[in-house]
Write a protein that binds this ligand. Structure first.
Ligand code: FUB
Length: 361
């Protein structure tokens, strides 16, 4: 276990690097670069700097904040459109007693070599607590190079976790996010297009030749499934989550500043369900609201504007009466696959809308 105190973190300046895991058009890349070039002073600093971390899923367990991020590494894999250079091999869990306090690294919580079915690429995880047990959910490619979602258990929030011998039946794609509703039912949201392979899944059937959608086609939708009591399987068929505009229309692929790309997260505020997500190649974290965990969710706006680096990924948690946005950028490395997790406060307006956060000033 290693402790880090924020003031002692060595901060390195780093340039924006929009050379992501999948290919943006040059116009999109230029636009995003312009956005971050205008303001370069980060509003928050990396939570840790001894290792690279990304995709922070935060939860409050036992009165502390626990963060379940990806552990970025330089694997020496050339960059390609499917994100092969994101070749992560284990997970660390971090905890904090205060949102602006010391960060404890609890060490390796799960290693890819201890997941019998895993091939490569441990991407963004999440966690949940039920049945006096902590569950770590994680996407990793199986031996056939198809992303599946795994689950591992521990009696402690920081692990170490022991993985089930098989992936969750009927699971696919990436970025699992667990939401517990007020009635005690747990749901998993998941999916990510391009490198996350969601375009290969139609009607829950795998087609290795599945293609990204064209501009005028309906955008691919995120997925949801209710979890079983033992938290290790789906109790229902995987369903699409409808994400619509203010007129109730589904987005087309060309509306890529609003349509779903990856990194789903769900939380509840004043009785409303908030579905938030990354728009991927336009780099926003957006949100949509609804009256049921299954949606439909109506688009409301941007929570987090583009960060330095190609990916944008977040989670939202309430701690001691305040709401926080956990996110990442590439402040420490300037390289898209070597990210660092951060936190900043999130503010609701009186009408329940969320104030947009600009990550640089
Ligand atoms: O960390 C690998 C992938 O990058 C995640 O699964 C995506 O959400 C993006 O952040």
């Amino acid at each position: 276990m290693t402790k880090f105190h924020l003031p002692s973190i060595i901060l390195l300046a780093a340039a924006a690097a929009f050379t992501g895991c999948s290919k943006p058009s040059s116009q999109e890349a230029e636009q995003a670069e312009e956005t971050t070039e205008k303001k370069t002073e980060p509003i928050s600093q990396p939570l840790v700097s001894h290792i690279y971390t990304a995709d922070p899923s935060a939860h409050v367990f036992n009165g502390k904040i626990y963060i379940y991020p990806s552990h970025d590494v330089e694997a020496g894999i050339p960059q390609d459109d499917l994100g092969s250079h994101f070749d992560m091999r284990d997970y660390h869990v971090f905890s904090m007693d205060e949102a602006d306090g010391e960060v404890t690294d609890h060490g390796v919580a799960l290693d890819i070599k201890d997941v019998p079915w895993a091939g490569r690429q441990m991407w963004a995880p999440d966690a949940a607590f039920a049945n006096d047990t902590y569950y770590l959910y994680f996407p990793v490619k199986d031996k056939e190079d198809v992303f599946r979602l795994g689950v591992a258990t521990s009696k402690k929030p920081e692990g170490p976790f022991v993985a089930e011998k098989e992936p969750i039946k009927n699971s696919f794609s990436i970025d699992p996010a667990i939401f517990k509703d007020d009635d005690g039912v747990y749901y998993m949201y998941f999916g990510g297009i391009w490198g996350g392979q969601l375009q290969r899944w139609d009607n829950n059937q795998y087609n290795p030749d599945g293609q990204n959608r064209n501009g005028d086609e309906q955008a691919i939708l995120p997925r949801i499934a209710r979890l079983s009591k033992d938290m290790k399987s789906f109790t229902e068929e995987v369903k699409e989550v409808k994400l619509v505009d203010q007129n109730g229309n589904l987005f087309t692929e060309s509306q890529n500043d609003k349509r779903f790309f990856e990194a789903a997260w769900v939380h509840k505020y004043n009785g409303k369900y908030y579905f938030s997500y990354s728009t991927g190649d336009t780099y926003n974290i957006c949100y949509a609201t609804g009256d049921s965990p299954y949606g439909p969710f109506t688009y409301q706006g941007v929570i987090l504007e583009p960060v330095q680096g190609w990916t944008n990924h977040h989670s939202i948690a309430e701690f001691k009466g305040k709401w926080y946005l956990f996110y990442h950028d590439v402040q420490l490395s300037g390289q898209t696959h070597l990210r660092n997790i951060k936190v900043t406060e999130l503010t609701y307006n009186e009408d329940g809308s969320i104030q947009t956060i600009t990550p640089y000033q």
